[in-house]
Write a protein that binds this ligand. Structure first.
Ligand code: PLP
Length: 450
């Protein structure tokens, strides 16, 4: 190891507090320090190259160092890096808003910017809440409904609608109540075990809660088609559409959290498009800038927007705003990202890649310690199990998923597990030869560790 790398690693262990990380373990490990990115590769401080198998945590879309995005950010930098949206407009935020409205599912006409997925969700919840406060004075709708296994971020509002114990349990005394309905095929779904047709049963349970409580429920929040952080749980076709139908029937707003599924991951620009669903509110982040800069957007319908209009002294404005809201560098990157989708016809080119990805995933299914293998588009979860027949999991302390990922790293691939589910989610720019290599490394690493 060269001197500089050693120093950086020591300083990292001494000063940096890493997210979702038991730092005692981290401080014993040998951290990898990334210095550059090139296409679908990450490069460390010693020049070693690694395939980016999780798109740098589900954000990178067209690869690292994509010329058009680099150029757009540099061009914007030569004009201005930041100017506020509080009391001023800025050029890229206006141009991006117009573009987003054009590609978003029909009916979404207004764009509220923030910085990351959690804030996009927080804003969606606040908008939904305030919308009803200002339009429905008698029957106040002050509750939310969300799904089992949901993950919507780490701020208090987004944690309240989230359900994954390990992320939210500690904070529960501070969280607000949310009604809960079963997400189909969710590994924790209580209905799934009882009924063969999980979709119908889950929609039935969902409708029951709405039928009883709709007068109190402002909005339903859902991760359309795939629950990412739950371990890439894929819902059956028609489920999202069913949720939309029922929310409409009971006058409950639908918030589509497409923070993970947006920007081509499922094979369409948005997962909602796969079922022709038009949510009332849409949350975007992660891939919005092609994975370059922290930027998020919450889109709403004109009807919702109009409920916030009034005289100044009615105080109907939306009282929310972050310092870097609508940051020009982020917006310039996002515009370039969307231009690439158009120019390179990225969505059209995905079909073949997704089929190849599915075939490679299929090849893992016969491995003795691989349980469920789930995927939608270029998002996949590969479950590792101690016993294939009974699907008995490994004990938590063994950290099997983590060890497989460390082994993959030794072989030149970066992936990250959720528990013992390996997440494979390469950039959309991944080539077939690179996909082949990813799966060879995954296979070899699973074999070695298990
Ligand atoms: N919503 C979903 C569906 C996500 O998958 C995530 C992050 O993984 C978030 C929200 C939170 O996004 P962020 O980490 O950018 O706050």
């Amino acid at each position: 190891m060269d001197k500089r790398t050693k120093k950086l690693k020591d300083l990292d262990r001494r000063y940096v507090w890493h997210p979702f990380t038991q730092m005692r373990e981290w401080m014993k490990e040998d951290p990898l320090v990334i210095e550059k990115g090139q296409g679908n590769y990450l490069i460390d401080t010693e020049g070693n190259r690694y395939l980016d198998g999780v798109s740098s945590l589900w954000v990178t879309v067209h690869g690292h160092g994509k010329r058009e995005i680099d150029r757009a950010v540099k061009k914007q930098l030569s004009k201005i890096a930041h100017s506020t949206l509080l009391g001023l407009g800025n050029v890229p935020s206006i141009e991006l808003a117009e573009r987003l409205v054009k590609i978003a599912p029909g009916g979404l006409k207004r764009v509220f910017y923030s910085d990351d997925g959690s804030t996009a969700v927080e804003i969606a919840l606040k908008i939904a809440f305030q919308y009803w406060e200002q339009t429905n004075k008698k029957n106040r709708k002050r509750q939310f409904i969300a799904f089992t296994g949901a993950y919507h971020g780490d701020t208090f509002g987004s944690m309240s609608v989230g359900e994954i114990d390990i992320f939210v349990k500690k904070y529960r005394p501070l969280l607000f109540h949310a009604f809960r309905a079963p997400y189909p095929y969710c590994y924790r779904c209580p209905v799934h075990k009882k009924y063969p047709d999980c979709k119908i049963a889950c929609l039935g349970e969902f409708e029951k809660v709405l039928a009883k409580n709709h007068k109190e429920i402002a909005a339903c929040i859902i991760e359309p088609l795939v629950q990412g952080a739950a371990g890439m749980i894929v819902s059956p076709p028609g489920f999202l559409k069913g949720v939309r139908r029922i929310t409409k029937k009971y006058n409950v707003l639908l918030i589509a959290d497409e923070v993970a599924t947006g920007f081509g991951r499922t094979g369409k620009i948005f997962a909602s498009d796969l079922e022709g669903v038009r949510p009332d509110i849409l949350c975007l982040a992660k891939g919005l800038t092609g994975g370059y800069l922290p930027l998020a957007a919450t889109l709403t319908t004109e009807k919702i927007f109009n409920a916030f209009l009034g005289n100044y002294d009615e105080f109907k404005a939306f009282f929310h705003g972050h310092t870097y809201t609508g940051n020009p560098l982020g917006c310039a990157a996002a515009i370039a990202n969307l231009e690439i989708f158009e120019k390179e016809k990225v969505i059209d080119g995905l079909k073949g890649k997704i089929e190849f990805f599915a075939k490679l995933l299929e090849g893992l299914k016969n491995m003795p310690h691989v349980g469920d293998v789930r995927h939608m588009g270029l998002m996949a979860g590969v479950e590792l199990v101690k016993d294939k027949k009974t699907k008995k999991p490994y004990s938590h302390e063994k950290r099997t998923g983590h060890h497989v990922c460390l082994e993959a790293r030794n072989k030149g691939l970066i992936i990250r597990p959720i528990g013992d589910t390996l997440v494979i989610m390469p950039p959309l720019s991944i080539r077939k030869t690179e996909l082949k290599r990813i799966f060879k490394i995954v296979r070899d690493s699973i074999t070695e560790v298990t």
